[in-house]
Design a protein around this ligand. Structure first.
Ligand code: PLP
Length: 489
């Protein structure tokens, strides 16, 4: 039997119209708190409600069936737009943020090869230049200067911070041990960084064949910030042990606490010993865009490589991360593996990011990133970042006025950790408290450990979250703690 039609018969216009209406309703209801933040159900009950197997086998037969499916799908999402969402470091997108994904899903132009997606690749080039400009790493005439240029820094967009860290660390290794690409990783290479570095750093080292033990953790203080003074001792110990230091990593900011390492201090140290300085700015590099907060990342411009997630603090739907280099040569050397079908000479129009990324095919990430700014204008995103940092500060001030709550530090970003009645609740109970709270569907918060102690954790991603919600949050936590303590009696 021939496959004659290139699509099913559902009417495009009607389906698009109905989906738009559903999404509009979703946004409105979430925003007005007319839905749970998260209605936790078992995967089996979701699969059944969606009639997963039936549609899989038969296809959607009618617009109504498709719309019903999407409606149930939306019911079973975590409603990030609800102001009581204070959970993970995942952007609450703008209302029109989904459009680049819709367009990409329709035209499917992977932008890693210029000729397969000229518009997407162009926007990526533009946004990379703009980011480099914020770091002082762009020396071109204007942001339309797209050629790799020895005077400039450079960068690529990639699918997420974990791949971005792998990419940047590959570039760092290429600088100290260029033979590693063909001969394998030398055994004497190590990376030094805070013990609180994101797990994607050690994961990258394992993937690179260096082993996770190649990461040498440096002590952090009681709030998990790198103790910069300890770098020297660790460095000397490693030299004595015959190791070569491939890179020093710093957090901007730490995933758990949202606190920033002293980037100036680490940059001084790296400069003194001529070491590669990598900043994991997945979450906090965005502070660069807030006039009020950019001092927190002072020194970031002295890094050799930086990763910066757009899907965390820049309202971009997952995934989109920039890997940025101060020197273009770092990018060129990161992956010295050439496939003749993708690499062209200088005279070819446009630019291909494929030689410089882990991915071969990648999404039109430039469009996603550009879109977020274009929707509201450049300044609005800076204001959004400043506002979300202020929200965490406001919540901190509010909780500090309630003696049942304990915050171990003043927030520097939009992440705040706290405990409810640490005198009464064990670590395990703090965690149970979080589960009980999110199972009510009313709030969504996370949790983390700091120095072996369990904390509740909020990440203020939603600009609609305000004081009323803080009050309701404390009431809800108190209520759940009471239930917990009674059930444990
Ligand atoms: C500091 C830091 N680095 C890297 C990552 C990984 O980023 P992604 O989730 O985009 O892979 C995270 C994620 O939370 C992070 O906080």
């Amino acid at each position: 039997m021939n496959y004659q039609k290139d699509q099913n018969t559902l009417p495009l216009k009607e389906v698009n119209f109905e989906i738009s209406a559903l999404l509009e309703d979703y946004i409105e209801k979430s925003r007005e708190e007319k839905t749970f933040v998260l209605n936790q159900r078992s995967p089996k009950s979701i699969a059944e409600a969606l009639q997963t197997e039936h549609h899989f086998k038969n296809g959607f037969k009618t617009t109504a069936a498709l719309i019903k499916f999407i409606s149930i799908y939306l019911d079973n999402t975590n409603h990030l737009r609800n102001p009581k969402y204070m959970g993970h470091q995942v952007a609450v997108p703008q209302d029109l943020s989904g459009i680049p994904d819709w367009i990409h899903g329709t035209v499917n132009n992977p932008s890693s090869l210029y000729e397969m997606g000229p518009a997407g690749a162009t926007l990526e080039g533009f946004m990379i230049n703009w980011m480099l400009q914020h770091l002082g790493w762009f020396k071109g005439e204007d942001l339309y200067d797209f050629k790799l240029n020895k005077k400039n820094g450079s960068g690529v967009l990639t699918h997420g911070g974990s791949i971005a860290n792998l990419t940047a660390l590959s570039a760092a290794r290429a600088a100290i041990a260029p033979e590693a690409w063909t001969k394998g990783s030398p055994k004497d290479l190590i990376v030094i960084g805070p013990s609180t570095a994101h797990y994607s750093i050690t994961r990258a080292l394992s993937i690179m064949g260096m082993g996770k033990n190649a990461f040498i953790p440096v002590l952090v203080d009681e709030n998990e910030v790198l103790i910069t003074e300890n770098l020297e001792e660790v460095y000397n110990q490693q030299l004595k042990a015959g190791k070569r230091i491939m890179a020093i990593v710093a957090n901007a900011c730490a995933t758990s606490t949202g606190l920033f390492d002293n980037l100036e201090g680490v940059a001084d140290f790296c400069e003194k010993h001529a070491l590669w300085f990598h900043v994991d700015g997945a979450h906090g590099a965005a502070a660069l865009l807030s006039e009020k907060d950019k001092h927190k990342v002072k020194g970031i411009e002295r890094a050799d490589s930086l990763i910066w997630d757009a899907h965390k603090m820049m309202r971009v739907p997952a995934l989109c991360t920039a890997v940025l280099y101060k020197n273009v040569i770092s990018q060129i050397n990161a992956f010295q593996q050439k496939g003749s079908y993708v690499f062209h000479d200088e005279d070819v129009i446009g630019m291909d990011s494929m030689p410089y990324t882990v991915e071969c095919t990648k999404s039109a990430l430039g469009m996603k990133l550009y879109w977020s700014f274009a929707l509201e204008g450049e300044k609005a995103i800076g204001n959004f970042i400043q506002n979300s940092f202020q929200q965490a500060r406001d919540l901190y001030d509010f909780l500090n006025n309630h003696e049942e709550f304990y915050c171990p530090y003043e927030p520097e970003s939009n992440i705040l950790c706290f405990q409810y009645r640490p005198d009464l609740l064990t670590n395990k109970q703090q965690l149970e408290l979080r589960y009980q709270l999110i199972n009510t569907g009313d709030f969504y918060i996370t949790s983390c450990e700091i120095k072996g102690k369990r904390y509740l954790r909020t990440v203020m991603m939603n600009p609609l979250t305000q004081k009323d919600h803080y009050i309701l949050l404390t009431i809800a936590i108190e209520k759940q703690a009471k239930i917990l303590l009674e059930s444990d009696k």
